[in-house]
Write a protein that binds this ligand. Structure first.
Ligand SMILES: Cc1cc2nc3c(=O)[nH]c(=O)nc-3n(C[C@H](O)[C@H](O)[C@H](O)COP(=O)(O)OP(=O)(O)OC[C@H]3O[C@@H](n4cnc5c(N)ncnc54)[C@H](O)[C@@H]3O)c2cc1C
Length: 489
């Protein structure tokens, strides 16, 4: 009897088939169990990308476009990750030019990241790149997205590139021989499988694959976790007028909204989370104590795309049990935030929670040790390297931290090469241990650029059957330029 029919028969007879190996009889040890390894199906690819989020989607598309037979393994039922669950807007395709008189605005990230925006524009899923003005304008450019259309566009682009996409499939382990990964062990409703590959990309945000493969990592737990909600039935113009009247408006941007250009697409209270404007004190104290605030973007009339609700965990978010408690707490705080919005903010009287993230988000979970760790000095001194794979010009803590002269710094290839492993690259929020350097590299557009580099490099390494450290930079650079990646020199 084959495995499928065997499983079916077991289900019909009401006997559950263990997800992994056979469970051995316990010997009276109630708090432990033993599992016997079984024999599972294996699939063979050139490149296996673990995690189909912000960086992973781009990595998989890049790998496939560069000729690799590519698998993308994603735990959720859609692609997109934190870019569709986390925050205000995509930061940033541009340099932070405004504080530097004479410095020109320029788009410094292009490639697949820009292609996604172009595709979203066609389906009404983005505001486009809107300049930020108002009292807080150091944020320079706001590119907001429709979370749901992003998921659609991401899956379509993966499909068109020929990526084999395995959604609802969890990376659950790694088979490692000496210093190379042989395969990724997964778990899904189809049971356990092995995805063999020649080169691997870890874009799981938490660095699950690297951790399973025995890589070095840190768990810094230096950010709150968050669940961002979308609020429907909001009168944006009424809310905007109220903030202006009360001298409480902070940043402001105009762009495409519900098919019309020149609309408000981003606005917030005077200082984002702390709201120092002239809003009712009870509202201000309430949202601050709930870890929330009023800084948001929108792609549609009557909708606030992201209202964040933060919560600081006592331990690292890899602790499943603490996260379970926080999932409840954050949902309670979301509802309380909604109540405050309804009570105090004109335009929000009839608002409702239209969307939440399926699970809480984190600004960083594990930080994986790579051959190079980008420092704050690298970022603010606008340093470039002889193995740059992209340039980037945004910092989340501007104006406190700026990139020198409104320029860019380079992300070196060695910052993506996971230490002590021959065929594993990392891309996304899981690189860069320095808190303030990470406040730049973790942003969505930087993660996407890293993804394009990691996927391209993985495809080249797989086709040549070489390790990541043996790839010639000139070959990687040529392939990235062919993929429309922008470099400054
Ligand atoms: C609350 C919040 C607000 C933010 N605001 C902004 C902002 O305004 N602008 C900005 O530019 N950036 C913002 N960021 C940062 C940015 O969104 C993230 O750093 C970035 O999206 C991370 O991309 P990533 O590819 O590393 O991870 P993700 O996009 O999270 O992708 C990881 C993917 O891996 C999958 N995965 C994880 N583990 C497994 C596993 N074991 N098996 C299979 N799949 C797995 C996940 O489901 C997910 O799809 C914010 C972040 C947060 C948390």
């Amino acid at each position: 009897m084959d495995r499928r029919n065997f499983s079916k028969k077991m289900m019909m007879t009401g006997i559950a088939l263990p997800a992994a190996g056979r469970i051995l009889p316990d010997n009276g040890d109630q708090d432990k169990f033993k599992e016997e390894a079984g024999k599972y199906p294996a699939r063979v690819f050139d490149v296996v990308v673990a995690g189909g989020g912000t960086a992973g989607v781009v990595a998989a598309v890049a790998a496939a476009r560069n000729g690799a037979k590519t698998a993308l393994i994603e735990g959720k039922g859609y692609a997109g990750g934190t870019v569709v669950e986390g925050g205000t807007a995509l930061h940033s395709f541009f340099n932070l030019w405004k504080p530097f008189p004479g410095v020109q605005k320029r788009q410094v990230v292009k490639g697949i990241a820009q292609e996604i925006i172009d595709r979203l524009m066609v389906v009404g899923g983005t505001t486009g790149h809107g300049d930020v003005t108002g009292k807080i304008d150091y944020d320079c450019v706001c590119t907001a997205i429709d979370t749901e259309l992003y998921k659609l566009v991401a899956l379509e682009m993966l499909n068109e590139a020929g990526v084999s996409v395995f959604t609802n499939t969890l990376v659950a382990g790694a088979v490692v021989k000496r210093s190379s990964i042989e395969g990724v062990i997964t778990q899904s409703r189809m049971g356990r499988e092995l995805f063999r590959g020649r080169c691997f990309v870890d874009s799981t945000a938490y660095g699950d694959l690297s951790a399973f493969a025995g890589a070095e990592y840190k768990e810094l737990n230096d950010h709150p976790v968050c669940n961002s909600m979308g609020l429907g039935n909001v009168n944006i113009e009424k809310l905007y007028a109220y903030l202006v009247k009360n001298n409480a408006l902070g940043d402001l941007a105009y762009g495409m909204r519900s098919g019309k250009d020149g609309q408000i697409i981003r606005f917030g209270s005077e200082s984002g989370y702390t709201i120092k404007g002239k809003l009712p004190q009870e509202f201000v104290d309430g949202v601050v104590s709930l870890g929330s605030g009023l800084i948001t973007t929108t792609v549609h009339d009557n909708y606030l795309m992201f209202i964040k609700v933060n919560y600081k965990l006592p331990v690292s978010p890899t602790n499943r049990d603490e996260v379970a408690k926080a999932e409840l707490k954050i949902r309670q705080n979301q509802y309380k935030t909604l109540e405050l919005f309804r009570k105090y903010l004109p335009g929000c009287e009839n608002a409702f929670i239209a969307r939440t993230s399926p699970s809480l988000n984190i600004r960083r979970g594990r930080t994986i040790t790579c051959d190079y760790d980008i420092t704050l000095a690298d970022v603010i001194e606008a340093r470039h390297f002889d193995d740059d794979i992209m340039v980037y010009g945004f910092h989340d803590s501007a104006p406190r931290y700026q990139i020198r002269n409104g320029g860019t710094y380079g992300v070196p290839f060695k910052a993506l090469i996971v230490k002590n492993i021959d065929n594993l690259l990392a891309a996304g929020m899981l690189i860069t241990s320095d808190f303030q350097a990470h406040m730049s590299t973790r942003n969505t557009v930087c993660c996407m650029g890293q993804g394009q580099a990691a996927g391209t490099a993985a495809a080249l390494c797989a086709s040549r059957n070489i390790g990541t450290r043996d790839l010639k930079y000139s070959d990687l650079r040529a392939a990235l330029e062919k993929g429309n990646v922008y470099f400054e020199s």
